[in-house]
Design a protein around this ligand. Structure first.
Ligand code: TNX
Length: 527
């Protein structure tokens, strides 16, 4: 009986490693069930991922044990100036050695190894002799998901995390609250998840005057969120929770109308867009409420960063609210211009929360509108309305994460032939445009470049009601984003497309629902 065999190919890995040197003239490593995985106890988790991944793409079952013929996972001394996520893989006939200064680096080495294999029912895999060095371009490589407009279960979010890990993403931004539903329990405010998490219906398609009248709701338990944090962290992904404030707050206002300028009544929104009703900035209860909520956020999420929103907060209610106007006076705000003083009032709320979070040892991230009334230099800015806001913020000394609508909005159509696509946000973002994005163009002065800490894509879910649909919008654009965030030197789009056809075999293996490349995507390679 002939045994099915498979030869690993390092040239198909996405994201492409920094350097690969084939050690020609040397035999490669034959991986079969007799090979051992050897590592210290601290890498037990990584070793079980490796075992699982190899088994997913072959018939080989490996075990952690000592052995001369082995895959060795090895933690080395950190080297100044080298990312802890960097790794080296050395392959000869005796061993595959993955070394890094942290378990995250080992994890990325393992990810690369698994992506060099074509899934088959093989009983042995030949790994050609080689030395691979790799390190990420950016420390922050994020992917977002909006669980307010549509709710996604923790089981799905875990699958989402698996997909992110496959693409070397290390941050998942969880957009937990919005006008259309509040999803996180806060024991002191129980109505948030009873009233604030339920809407009476949802608009149909893009028709803002329609409503399907089907009640829609969803909220996580604290235990579920904790289990998500743990699941992500095992895969070297930090969850960054977002409480979007002081706008996008109808979920809260419907439950606690006293926190709004007019006192309501308010309803959890059944349509998309930007609501004029926002938190009342002049009501002292508002700051107390926010502090209580962020205290709970800190208890559940251990992340270095907490996202405090700050986007799309119309100022019309504040302009007409006696409490807000009194607050403006009390604070001595003198700004002129239509909403100059109200913009400053938003800064006041943000800065109070920023102070609180910094007392808990956390850094804040906010959308680029946060800059409008000014914000402490410690805040990290997420630049979404283009890259200008991000560049300006970096100039002012803020750290910046680039996530411009032009290249990073995965809720947009993937094809300009909309008849073949599910309904999406009314805009277009083809794979190639994601791939071509450079968050920090070559000519950027060092003083600015050093503040651009990374890149993120966003999956807003107004038009994404199901798990399979979310996967479809995510893949394969996430593969392009992973090259943007990881690779210092990007190869050609043609080469990317040819590697992507291999990665899609893995997508198939895990039954990820991805958009198949069409002639246009492939044809684009000639341009
Ligand atoms: C803008 S990006 C929003 C979201 C929408 C999205 C749709 C940002 C900070 N705000 O509320 O869901 O556009 O693409």
């Amino acid at each position: 009986m002939t045994m099915a065999k498979c030869v690993a190919d390092y040239n198909i890995i996405i994201p492409h490693p920094v350097s690969m040197e084939m050690t020609t003239g040397h035999d490669g490593f034959r991986l079969d069930k007799n090979a051992a995985i050897t590592c210290s106890k601290t890498l037990d988790r990584e070793s079980s991922f490796l075992r699982q991944y190899i088994n997913d793409v072959s018939s080989i079952e490996l075990n952690k044990r000592k052995g001369a013929h082995r895959i060795l996972l090895l933690i080395t001394q950190p080297v100044k100036g080298i990312s802890p996520e960097a790794y080296t893989i050395r392959i000869n006939s005796k061993e595959i050695r993955i070394s890094a200064s942290s378990s995250a680096g080992i994890f990325y080495g393992i990810q690369s190894l698994r992506k060099s294999i074509q899934p088959t029912k093989t009983e042995f895999i030949l790994f050609p002799a080689a030395i691979i060095h790799d390190a990420p371009r950016f420390a922050y490589r994020g992917m977002h998901i909006d669980v307010s407009r549509h709710f996604f279960t923790v089981d799905f979010l875990k699958r989402y995390i698996d997909i992110l890990a496959l693409h070397n993403i290390n941050r998942m931004h969880l957009h937990l609250t919005d006008d259309q539903g509040w999803r996180m329990p806060v024991p002191k405010y129980p109505l948030l998840t009873t009233i604030g998490a339920k809407r009476s219906g949802t608009m149909i398609g893009r028709d803002f005057s329609s409503n399907d009248s089907i009640p829609y709701s969803g909220a996580y338990t604290t235990e579920e969120l904790r289990s998500l944090v743990k699941y992500a962290s095992e895969r070297h992904i930090e969850i960054i929770p977002e409480i979007d404030m002081p706008g996008h707050m109808l979920g809260v206002l419907s439950a606690y109308p006293q926190l709004g300028c007019t006192g309501g009544p308010y309803q959890v929104w059944t349509k998309w867009g930007v609501s004029d009703d926002v938190l009342c900035a002049g009501n002292p209860q508002t700051l107390q409420f926010l502090q209580d909520v962020f205290a709970e956020v800190c208890d559940i999420f251990p992340s270095e960063y907490i996202h405090i929103g700050g986007d799309e907060c119309p100022k019309i209610r504040w302009k007409n609210c006696p409490k807000c106007q009194a607050k403006i006076k009390e604070l001595g705000i003198k700004e002129e211009g239509q909403y100059g003083a109200e913009n400053k009032l938003q800064s006041y709320i943000q800065e109070s929360i920023e102070k609180y979070l910094s007392s808990r040892g956390r850094h804040v991230i906010g959308w680029d509108e946060m800059l409008e009334g000014g914000i402490t230099p410690d805040a990290t800015i997420m630049s979404w309305r283009g890259t200008g806001g991000g560049m300006e913020a970096a100039k002012q000394g803020h750290d910046v994460i680039m996530t411009p609508v032009s290249n990073c909005y995965f809720d947009y159509y993937q094809s300009d032939d909309r008849s073949k696509e599910p309904l999406a946000f009314n805009s277009y973002l083809p794979l190639k445009k994601v791939f071509e994005y450079n968050p920090c163009p070559d000519k950027t002065p060092d003083s600015i470049a050093s503040h651009i800490i990374g890149v993120q894509a966003n999956l807003w879910t107004e038009y994404i009601p199901t798990d399979t649909h979310a996967e479809y919008m995510l893949l394969p654009r996430l593969a392009a984003l992973s090259e943007v965030g990881w690779c210092n030197i990007k190869g050609s789009y043609t080469d990317f497309i040819s590697r992507l056809t291999h990665l899609t075999l893995l997508y198939n293996r895990y039954q990820y629902n991805f958009r198949k490349l069409d002639d246009k995507d492939i044809g684009d390679t000639t341009k």
